[in-house]
Structure formats: C-alpha cells, structure tokens
Write a protein that binds this ligand. Sequence first.
Ligand code: NAD
Length: 505
Amino acid sequence: MTDFSKMWVGGKWLAGDAGIRTVFSPTDGTKIADVPEASADQAAAAIDAARHAQPGWATLSPLQRGQIMHRIAALIRDHAAPLAELVVREQGKTISEARGEVGGAAEFFTYFAEFARRIQGEIFPSDAPGEQIWIQRVPVGVVVGIIPWNYPAALVSRKVAPAMIAGNAIVLKPHEETPLSALYMARLFEEAGVPAGVVNIITGAGNTVGAALTANPGIDLVTMTGSVPTGKAIMAAVAHNLVPVSLELGGKAPLIVMEDANLDLAVASAVTSRFMNCGQVCICNERMLVHEAVYDDFMARFIAATKALNVGDPMLDSTDIGPKVSGVELDKVERITKAAIAQGAKPLLRGGRPDKAPVEGGHWLLPTVLGDVTADMAIMRDEIFGPVVPVMRVSSFEEALEIANDSRYGLSAYLFTNDFTRIMRAVQDVRFGEIYINRIGPESLQGYHTGYRNSGPGGDDGIHGLDAYLRKKTVYANYSGKSPVGLMPWDGRCSVPASGGSNSR
Ligand code: NAD
C-alpha cells in the first residue's frame, strides 16, 4: 500500500504544513487517501530546493540525464497495472483508457530521453575576421509545472520529462483533487535515482500553493495545463516576474462531417472523441457540424452507437464511460445542458443523471445529444467538458468553416471528408493549433500540442515543446588575437581587402 501522506520536496518526504486534504473516489464517493496540504512557505522551499539542485543536474551530460529518464520509463512500465488502477480510482476514467494513459506517461520519458544527443546549437560566421558566433541552447533553470485533473499521470510526464532532459529542475503541482498518481510517480523518480531537488512534487490548493509557486521570484518558466480563468491568473502572476509562460487551456473542438465522408469512420470517431474520459478531454469533440445531405443517416448511427455505450464502474473492462470527476463538475455540465434546452435545443438523446446509479455515491451522467442548436448558443461556444454534444446541420463546407472558426477557443478541429480540395482548404483556413483529418486524437509525442486564442499561448510535445524548456545563449568567440572592434566591414572604420588580404584563404 502506497503512503500518500507525504510529498517529495528537495529529496525529502514531507507532511503538509497546512494540514491534510482528503481525496475521494468519483466512482463511489468514498475516501481514498489523505494527502499533504502544503503551505505557501513550503512552495517557496520547493523553489529553493530546485534552484539549489539545478546547476548540478545541468552539469551532467544529456546522456547521463537520459539514462535516469530511461530508468523512470522502465519503472512506470513495471508499475503500469497499479498506476492505471490508481488513475481510475482518483479520476474515474475507464481502466482501458487508464492503461493507455500510463503507457503514454512512460513514453514521454523514453521520447524526451532520446533527445540526449539532439539538443544542438548553431554556428554563424562573424562579420569580423577571426571570430565565430555560437548560439547555444541551455536550460532555462527552475520550471514550475501545474496540471489539471483529467490526466493525472500522463501530464506529470508531459511536464517533467522535457524539463529533465533540458537540464532544468522542476516543481510540479498536481490538481488538488487528483494528486495520487503524481505522488506515486514521485516514488518511482526517487527509485530511478533522480537527484534531490531536481524533481519536486508538491500538493495543495491552486490559489495558495499554485499562486505561491507562480509568483515566486526564483522561477524561470511556468508551464500550466488547465482552465482559461486559471491561465489568466497565472499569466498575471508571472507578468510580475517577467518569465515566460506556456499555457495549455481549454478547447471547443468542432467536428465537421461532409457529405462525401466515410460515415462509419466519422460516426465511430465522433462517438469516441466525445465520450472518452466522460467527455473530459481538452481535444474532445465539443460540437458537431454535419452536412444536411448525410445528417439524418449520420445522426441515426451516432445516436445508436451512443446508446450502446456502457456507463458504469470504470474498473471494469466492459465499461465505456465512467463517472464525472466530481460533483462540482457534474453540476456544471448539467447546468450548461439545462440552459441549452431552455434556449430551444432539442434532446435527441436525453441523458442526465441515471435513475439508478451504476455504483452508489458516484458522479454519474448519461450521454446527451442536442439538436436544433444555433451557433450563438452558449452550448456551442463554451467548453462543456462532459458527455453532452450539440449538433448543427450545415448546408455547405463554407458554412461549416465559418462556424468552426467563430470560437474564442482554438485548440483542435476535426474534418471528415475525402475531398482533396476541402482538405487543403481546411489546412489553410481552419484557425486552430491542431487539425485532424479523417481521424481523432490523441495527439502524438512528435507533434506540437498548441492552441490559438483562448486555448492559450505556448504548447507541449515534440521539438517545439522542448524548445520552451531551453533558452538561447549567444557566444562571440574571437580567436584573432586582436580586438574585433573597428574590424567590421560595415562600420566605416575598416577596409575590406580588395583582393585577398591577410584574412582570406
Ligand atoms: P483548473 O484551471 O481549475 O486547474 C488547473 C491547475 O491549476 C490545478 O492544479 C489548480 O490547482 C491550479 N490552479 C488553480 N488556481 C491557481 C492559481 N491561482 N495559481 C496557480 N495555479 C492554480 O483546471 P481543471 O479544472 O483542473 O482542468 C480542466 C481544464 O483543463 C479544462 O478547461 C481543459 O480543457 C483544460 N485542459 C487543457 C489541456 C490542454 O492540453 N490544452 C489538457 C487537459 C485539460
């Protein structure tokens, strides 16, 4: 039985100075564990520990850092079964999804460890003879990572792995409602030999611990995944420090189905993309735009496939949809749905709370499908983050594009068509950070998970995600034995040799 009563800061296992917080099961409402509630002072101590540890970590070669990361990946794989169960227990996604999440959590470490020999700089010729200009890529220093509740294991890796290979130290704060996977992984980091203070897992509330971390003057980068309001609060706090911030915020992904689409593929993809993780994924299908020529056929199949989904105990392999993560989240989704119906949306499939809970005490919500919506309704504009989907009939590709783009979010968009011209039009005209054509997520490690507009500046994964964890340093290396001042051809104080002077070969 894992001990969750301590958090890992500066290589030590510490109780929380602000007390304890109880983590409850979304499936049956029972207590799972008590975890430390850190104080603002402990957040400051975690930053100090990271600052102290970082120079030594950066002195190791990337290959040495990568070796520890490969050990972490192996340990996560060794612990895949209990970690997946823990993800289910604290967050409520199905066990098969949790196994995928934990596989991804290991894969982030393998993928970024492979950058050990690929963090490279550039060399430019100088304007002066006898000099080179190097642009090196060096660690930023101390990173603060803040993550939400919907992927409590994979998002730990998504922030920690690139920070480690880049030579940074990181203080990571999981969401207060789902801290168990991060605390479990901290034990694996320790076992893998991560030096004290290089990775710190601190638990506690966003408005105390999170706020103290992001306002601390000792930090060099904040990378946060979460909601738009929190992203704005963090950006304001970080502005005070003048450090870079990378925000992965919410989404309102349109899923466009044109009349020439492969409908089997489109239906299966739309169902999975809406209802996986009980609709609690930033890249989920949040609104469907279906061409009128196939609307009836598509919707008949979509509703049949949705009705066939099995809502129940997420620990069972036969379950498709588990509970919502919390009562607060359930209430929010119910409120959004009722408001849409009050505005005229027609339930094509009326979900809501089940008459009989699959497991007593859990946060259960059955899938809802809403027709007769208009593009200006809140349900078509605000992130739902639950098992509810609005659908609109469109009469042309242009109309679908216009509605899709008319969003303050800009993370992911989906298009199902076999028309080459429409595909290329979408590539050109869909103003979202990710476009999936004839497929859905998840995103790939080598891609760049990035959003436009309120989905947040910055991004994760791939070479561009790693770039945020590195800063550039320009070196002017003069080996001429003379001062280069006054030797630049353009500064009027030197003359370029007319035909091969002493500096030409
Ligand atoms: P949230 O914003 O409520 O919380 C995210 C994290 O921020 C938590 O750890 C929380 O404790 C912390 N926090 C809260 N207030 C803070 C403050 N003032 N200072 C510092 N930290 C603070 O988000 P959530 O409800 O956990 O997650 C759901 C949201 O996350 C959705 O909008 C979803 O779309 C988004 N999300 C985005 C991505 C992506 O990659 N773009 C991925 C997953 C989830």
